[in-house]
Design a protein around this ligand. Structure first.
Ligand code: APR
Length: 320
C-alpha cells in the first residue's frame, strides 16, 4: 500500500519541525509548501539527509507549486506570520486572513479529500475562514490549540506535583487565547481530579490558580523569551498527535478547535472542545455539561472568537 501523503502548507519554524517529526515517525511522505523561494526545498533536503542516520523511510519534497500537494491525505497549515513580543494573536488577523484565502483555494483545487489541521493564528477565526475558503466538509477541517494548551498545563502540573507527565491529564476548552478555559475538575493525576489534590494538600488553590494563568499565557511566555518568533516544537508535536490519530484511525479523544453547530449551545463556530479524531476526521464532539462558572468562562471565550469572526467578515466580503 502506498504511504500516506502529508502536505505541510508553510515551511517556517513549525512547518520544518512538523516535517521532521512526520518523517521520524514514518507517518507518510511529506510535501513542504511555501511561497518563500528555496525554503521548502532546502528544509526538505536537509531533513531527507537525516534519514540515513535516523533510519526512516519517508520521501520529502519541497515546493512552491500547489499541484505538488495533489491527493494529500493530511494538510497541516502554518502559513502566515507569527507573533512578535507585544503582539497578541489577534493582531495577526488581517495578514493571515489573506493567507488563508490563498491556502483554502490551493487545498480545494488539489487536496479536497484531505484532513486539514490549521495552526495559523488567531486560530479559531483562521480555521473558520479556512473551512469557508476551502469548502471542505466541516468534520475534515479543524484547528490545533487544545492539545498544545493542555500539554502546557500538564507540563506545569507535573513540575508542581513532581510526577511523570504521562500520569497527568488535563482538559482545556474554549478559544486559543487569553480566554481559554482550563477545566480543573476534569484534569487529573492518575485519575485523581485537581480539586481533590488541593484538598489532599498536594498543592494550594493559589498555586493552582497561578498554573492556570501560566497556561493561559503559555504562548506569550515563549514569545517573550524567543523575541523573534513564537513557539514551534510543542505546537508541531501537538498537530502530529492529531494527524496520527486520523491516519491510524486511533479515535483519540483530543481537545481541538472543531466546528460546533448544535453543541455547546453554538451555531456554526469553531472553538476548542473535546473531540474524537479518527478516519472520519472529527467523528464526535463530546458535549460535556459545564458548571455555571465554567459556562461563564466558556461564553467569554466564545464571545472573543465571535468578535474575530465578525472582523474577518468585515475584511473579506465573501465570508459575510
Ligand atoms: N502561502 C504559503 N506559505 C506562506 C504564505 C502563503 N501565502 N505566507 C507566508 N507563508 C510562510 C512564510 O514564508 C513562512 O515560511 O509561512 C511560514 C510561517 O513560518 P514562520 O514565520 O516561521 O512562523 P511559525 O512559527 O511556523 O508559525 C506559523 O502558526 O502558531 C502559529 O502564530 C503562528 O500564525 C503563526 C503560524
Amino acid at each position: 500500500m502506498a504511504r500516506p501523503k502529508i502536505a505541510l502548507i508553510g515551511a517556517g519554524q513549525i512547518g520544518g519541525t512538523l516535517a521532521h517529526l512526520a518523517a521520524m515517525k514514518e507517518l507518510g511522505d511529506v510535501v513542504l509548501f511555501d511561497i518563500s523561494e528555496g525554503t521548502p526545498e532546502g528544509k526538505a533536503l536537509d531533513i531527507a539527509e537525516s534519514g540515513p542516520s535516523e533510519g526512516f523511510d519517508a520521501r520529502l519534497k519541497g515546493t512552491s507549486d500547489y499541484a505538488d500537494i495533489a491527493g494529500a491525505d493530511v494538510c497541516i497549515v502554518t502559513a502566515g506570520v507569527p507573533r512578535k513580543p507585544g503582539m497578541s494573536r489577534d493582531d495577526l488577523l488581517g495578514i493571515n486572513l489573506k493567507v488563508m484565502k490563498a491556502v483554502g483555494e490551493g487545498i480545494r483545487e488539489n487536496a479536497p479529500d484531505a484532513f486539514v489541521i490549521c495552526i495559523t493564528n488567531p486560530l479559531d477565526a483562521m480555521v473558520w475562514a479556512l473551512q469557508k475558503f476551502s469548502g471542505l466538509p466541516t468534520e475534515k477541517v479543524c484547528g490545533m490549540a487544545g492539545v498544545l494548551d493542555s500539554a502546557r498545563f500538564r507540563h506545569f502540573l507535573s513540575l508542581e506535583f513532581d510526577v511523570s507527565m504521562k500520569d497527568v491529564t488535563a482538559f482545556v476548552l474554549g478559544g486559543h487565547g487569553d480566554t481559554m478555559v482550563p477545566l480543573t475538575r476534569y484534569s487529573t493525576v492518575a485519575g485523581i481530579p485537581l480539586p481533590d489534590l488541593v484538598k489532599m494538600g498536594w498543592t494550594s488553590q493559589e498555586k493552582l490558580d497561578a498554573i492556570v494563568q501560566r497556561t493561559r499565557d503559555g504562548g506569550a511566555e515563549i514569545v517573550g523569551l524567543l523575541k523573534t518568533g513564537s513557539a514551534f516544537y510543542a505546537p508541531a508535536t501537538s498537530a502530529i498527535e492529531m494527524a496520527e490519530s486520523y491516519l491510524k484511525d486511533q479515535k483519540r479523544l483530543l481537545p481541538c478547535a472543531a466546528y460546533c453547530d448544535g453543541v455547546f449551545g453554538l451555531d456554526g463556530f469553531y472553538v476548542g472542545v473535546p473531540t474524537v479524531i479518527g478516519a472520519g476526521g472529527v467523528e464526535r464532539i463530546v458535549d460535556i455539561k459545564l458548571t455555571k462558572d465554567e459556562q461563564a468562562m466558556f461564553d467569554n471565550s466564545v464571545a472573543a472568537v465571535k468578535g474575530l469572526v465578525e472582523a474577518c467578515k468585515g475584511i473579506d466580503d465573501s465570508l459575510a
